[in-house]
Design a protein around this ligand. Structure first.
Ligand code: G3I
Length: 376
């Protein structure tokens, strides 16, 4: 494994020199990884509607793929039976089409941000398997069909596994049974046979969950289910995953015959009382200054660790580029990141490559530097 940057002052100095050089001669993430994989960012409502011009300019300069942070989720698009709100979703897709980007649809089936009515009949009773499958099919046909040929990649099923790799006991699972995953992929494929279809989950570099996702993909492929890709969300931390764990996970997933998307990358630098690389949005904790240590700026030693972790991860992504279709950041600048409010609200976090004013952080230059640094 490569030595950490802290023990390689020469490389740290190289990054700083690259930062200076870049300031004189602008480059971009998408140029640095051209021909390797798409580099994407998740868009929020202000970016989609053009209200956030600063972030839209960064999106156009740096990225060639987009994901919708919330705009295509069931609760936003189809909040009530028969009521579809396409306004934001249409603007999102139009932005990507206009700028020739690789457009991701996120997501079709999830246990979060899905309205309660989806699982119940008019009398409030849980639906039968057949009725819920019919509802799922209608939703997928309507949404995927609307953007057929425009959205190139769909997160079909999101976060269906527990941390130990066993199936999550969601209402999808409990009402339909384990084959709700296969059915969702089949419906999505029928609705747009050209679209790349992805299973998306977090913490996939941990052993038990990785084993679970590999089991799932092998089962789906054995049944002939059209799955093309696994999305590793990578809601990461300064010390986790290690480069070795990330590399092993990418290789193990790719060995099942699917592509890998790094689908929601960010690095949470703030402490919290829990453990692990979870992105479980049901976890909430009260705000306190103790858990918000850097409201006015990141100390240099933490900035350096963040840069080292981004350098290590992109070293792996570049090495494994033949198996990776895209690397998507979960947001554009630190100001809008969901990690300012989860799992503790109102914090000042620094998880992305662009600071609150939209300026590149040192980690940005490390990511540019990582392109072309390692052999496959
Ligand atoms: O739309 C309401 C708005 O009407 C209301 O005024 C406001 C007040 O809080 O809330 C708005 O809803 C918020 C929604 O984002 C849209 O902004 C929800 O409270 C908030 O919980 C929701 O958070 C999103 C979260 O998914 C929900 O599960 C985050 O923005 C989004 O980044 C996050 O993304 C997920 C991926 O989809 C799946 N993987 C994990 C990732 C991070 O949690």
């Amino acid at each position: 494994m490569r030595a950490p940057l802290s023990r390689r002052p020469v490389l740290w100095a190289t990054i700083l020199m690259a930062a200076t050089a870049w300031a004189q001669q602008p480059g971009s993430l998408k140029q640095a990884y051209q021909g390797d994989f798409y580099v994407g960012a998740a868009m929020n409502a202000a970016e989609i509607t053009g209200q956030d011009q600063q972030n839209d300019a960064i999106l156009l300069e740096q990225f060639n793929s987009i994901s919708p942070e919330n705009a295509l989720k069931w609760a936003i698009v189809n909040p009530e039976p028969g009521q579809y709100n396409w306004g934001l979703a249409d603007q999102y897709v139009a932005f990507g089409v206009e700028h020739h980007m690789w457009i991701v649809g996120h997501n079709l089936v999830w246990h979060n941000q899905v309205p309660a009515w989806v699982f119940r009949d008019k009398g409030g009773k849980l639906l039968t398997r057949a009725a819920l499958l019919a509802r799922l099919k209608e939703h997928i046909f309507t949404e995927v069909g609307r953007y057929k040929g425009k959205i190139q990649s769909w997160d079909v099923v999101n976060e269906a596994l527990n941390e130990d790799g066993t199936p999550r006991q969601s209402l999808w699972y409990r009402i339909i049974g384990p084959d709700y995953i296969a059915k969702a992929f089949e419906y999505a494929h029928e609705a747009d046979p050209q679209a790349q279809l992805t299973y998306n989950d977090y913490n996939l570099a941990s052993a038990a969950k990785l084993a679970g996702v590999i089991r799932l993909v092998k089962e789906l492929k054995a049944e002939g289910v059209p799955i093309d890709c696994v999305g590793m969300q990578n809601h990461d931390h300064l010390d986790s995953p290690t480069a070795g764990q990330e590399d092993a996970a990418i290789r193990a997933i790719a060995a099942t015959g699917v592509k890998v998307a790094i689908s929601e990358l960010d690095i949470n630098i703030l402490p919290w009382p829990g453990t692990g690389n979870t992105a479980d949005v049901s976890i909430h904790m009260a705000s306190s200054p103790k858990w918000n240590p850097w409201p006015h700026g990141l100390p240099q030693d933490v900035q350096k660790k963040l840069t080292e972790q981004y350098a290590a991860l992109f070293g792996v992504f570049y090495k494994d580029r033949a198996d990776i279709s895209r690397v998507t950041f979960w947001g554009v600048t630190n100001a809008q990141s969901w990690l300012n409010d989860w799992p503790i609200p109102g914090r000042t976090n620094y998880p992305l490559l662009f600071d609150r004013e939209g300026k590149p952080a040192p980690a940005y230059y490390a990511v540019l530097q990582a392109a072309g640094q390692t052999a496959k």
